[in-house]
Design a protein around this ligand. Structure first.
Ligand code: NCD
Length: 320
């Protein structure tokens, strides 16, 4: 094992070796998750707090399931029923949670950079569950794991990321992680949905989906993030679908092994046609189930130091 990482705020906290380590740990936790009692005592006595300032379904449930399968205690913080409603600052909230004794804080916030501020106010390990448009590293890890399980590795694979790149924290983390593992990434979007500058992004850009669709191993669709758009960036959703949507027609032109991926939540009928998620090469539900095991690996990597993995995964919690 390389030196333990203190936090997972962005993909750069891990680097290529750190990503590979999470993926191989995930294999152990995949096996644990397939057991009749999918629970190990790896993080017994550790406490993980959720600090979600933005809506979430799958990310939050997935982290919660991961923590429970590792026997961690969890502290649930809901912005809508907390003192944040009375104007409590982020700093006071974090210091309060921290004073109760937490080992990790999983944070989602509408502002980019929040996970990097938190270590000023707490000694807990910070896990970024999405900060504004900036990063969503555990999504990138679960996507790398899903691709690795289906295609063997990412090395030399060509991956198209399609849609609202500009507002997507998933795209930012995924580009870094995919490229770190040796994939080539092509972004496909109308110019209005690309970031103002792509300087430093190790990617190609295409504006015509039909030009590239036959030559990629993965099509990764992004949700049109209408809640983050100040102005209308596409003439109409119908026109967007015609040019950039994965319609049934385009899906039929993909190679037989080309994976169809989406981080969810999907807008069926906009970026992806209604029946396409049900095709055999669509791995969208695998992404969700792999999310749990990858997040188990992340929590174990951050909090399980000093506890040997083989002993832990071999043992079922007696009181599970
Ligand atoms: C993404 C998010 O919230 O960043 N969803 C997720 O975590 N699975 C993507 C999105 O909202 O479109």
């Amino acid at each position: 094992m390389s030196d333990p990482v203190a936090h997972l705020r962005g993909i750069d906290d891990l680097g290529a070796d750190g990503i590979r380590e999470i993926l191989s740990l995930s294999d152990h936790f995949l096996e644990v998750s397939s057991r009749r009692i999918p629970k190990v005592p790896a993080l017994r006595g550790r406490t993980v707090a959720w600090l979600f300032y933005e809506d979430s379904t799958r990310t939050r449930l997935s982290f919660e399931t991961a923590a429970k399968r590792l026997s961690a205690d969890t502290m649930n913080f809901s912005v809508s029923s907390s003192s944040v409603k009375k104007g409590e600052s982020l700093r006071d909230t974090v210091e309060t949670i921290s004073a109760m004794g937490v080992d990790a804080i999983v944070v989602r916030h509408r502002s980019a950079g929040v996970p990097w501020m938190l270590p000023r106010w707490t000694d807990a390990a910070i896990v970024n569950a999405g900060d504004g448009w900036h990063e969503h590293p555990t999504q990138a890890l679960l996507d790398c794991y899903t691709i690795t399980r289906r295609l063997g590795s990412l090395q030399g694979k060509r991956i198209a990321i399609i849609g609202d790149i500009k507002h997507s924290r998933v795209a930012r983390s995924n580009v870094k992680a995919f490229v770190a593992l040796g994939a080539e990434v092509v972004l496909v979007a109308p110019p209005t949905l690309l970031p103002p500058s792509l300087e430093g992004w190790p990617v190609e850009v295409a504006t015509d989906l039909d030009d590239i669709i036959g030559g990629v191993e993965v099509v990764y669709l992004l949700r049109m993030q209408l809640e983050r758009q100040q102005e209308s960036l596409v003439p109409s959703l119908r026109e967007y679908t015609m040019r950039f949507g994965l319609t049934a027609d385009r899906a039929a032109r993909l190679g037989p092994d080309t994976l169809i991926m989406h981080p969810g939540p999907m807008n069926r009928g906009v970026e992806i046609a209604g029946d396409v998620p049900d095709l055999p090469n669509a791995v969208i539900t695998d992404q969700v189930s792999n999310g749990v095991v990858v997040r188990m690996a992340v929590l174990y990597r951050l909090l399980g130091s000093g506890v040997a993995l083989p002993a832990l995964v071999a043992e079922e919690a007696p009181d599970a």
